[in-house]
Ligand binder design. Structure first.
Ligand SMILES: Nc1ncnc2c1ncn2[C@@H]1O[C@H](COP(=O)(O)OP(=O)(O)O)[C@@H](O)[C@H]1O
Ligand SMILES: [Mg+2]
Length: 259
């Protein structure tokens, strides 16, 4: 995969063509709130969040347990909808879509990487990756195999999860997330269950995917992993309290190559 265009914007509004950070946004939240109705009343899990993430950016989401990280990731991943406010993914307002349209949109735009891997124990690595395609599109063994090669597991396609190390299972999960070549990768504690050696492998893989233009939104408690991101969005009690835009803003346009 090659990066076909690199555009550097020196500040949030400083582009000679007149485009703004919002114009480049692949994820844009305006006054997004998510409340849950519970037995003890209404819980405001995310309150009035306004920020954007530009194409090709790598953002770490941090905050203590219960601060709203999963709520935010579920909203960005189109698994949930805001109670109030506007959420645009790739300039499309997700509120305007039917559930079926949203499923299709999610499959095209977003790859999910989970802490717990969520692999089916009795299926091989190849079948687990092909299962992702079952939900989105026609099952394509060649694409699933290519995705496993892409994450360095070309020689592990027939192994079931119990025959793979934690790091290898996470790489199967990443291969699954790469099916359909989605522009956005959403990772929830991608190295939370890994030892140092496997964390390094997964970190290098994410760096490689970022270099190839994927936008990465990653929840992490690990300062080393957060340090790999270009920006940190910190949450506390459902409030976004830290999302500086620092340094030059680099937007990578991805090639149309698949994997
Ligand atoms: N489905 C739900 N129903 C009711 N309350 C919820 C639900 N999901 C999350 N919450 C509450 O919203 C707050 C934020 O939760 P969450 O986004 O899971 O935080 P984090 O991922 O940072 O641990 C917590 O107080 C949690 O109890
Ligand atoms: Mg969580």
């Amino acid at each position: 995969m090659t990066v076909s265009e690199v555009k550097v914007v020196t500040g949030p509004l400083a582009d000679p063509t007149g485009s703004t950070r919002d114009d480049c946004a692949v994820i844009a939240l305006k006054h997004v709130t998510r409340e849950y109705a519970g037995h003890g009343g209404v819980v405001r899990a995310l309150g009035d969040a306004t920020f954007s993430i530009v194409a090709g950016e790598w953002v770490a989401i941090t905050g203590p347990s219960g601060s709203g990280k999963s709520t935010l990731v579920n909203l960005i991943g189109c698994l949930d909808r805001p109670t109030a406010g506007e959420l645009k993914i790739d300039n499309v307002d997700t509120a305007s879509m039917s559930a079926t349209e949203l499923d299709r949109f999610r499959a095209d735009k977003i790859g999910f990487i989970f802490q717990q891997f969520h692999l089916i124990p009795y299926l091989s690595a190849l079948e687990n990756v092909m299962l992702a395609q079952y939900f989105h599109s026609m099952t394509d063994e060649a694409e699933a195999r290519a995705a496993l090669v892409r994450v360095g597991l070309g020689d592990r396609v027939s192994h079931v999860p119990s025959e793979l190390s934690g790091g290898e299972q996470q790489r199967v999960c990443i291969a699954r997330a790469l099916i359909n070549n989605p522009p956005i990768l959403l990772a929830d504690e991608p190295t939370g269950n890994l030892d140092a050696a496997n964390q390094k492998i997964v970190a290098e893989l994410l760096q490689d995917l970022h270099r190839n233009g994927h936008t990465i939104v990653m929840v992490t408690h690990d300062p080393e992993m957060a340090g790999l991101a270009q920006r940190r969005i910190a949450l506390s009690h459902g409030q976004v309290f830290c999302h500086p835009v620092s340094g030059p803003m680099v937007t990578l346009r991805r090639s149309t190559d698949r994997l």
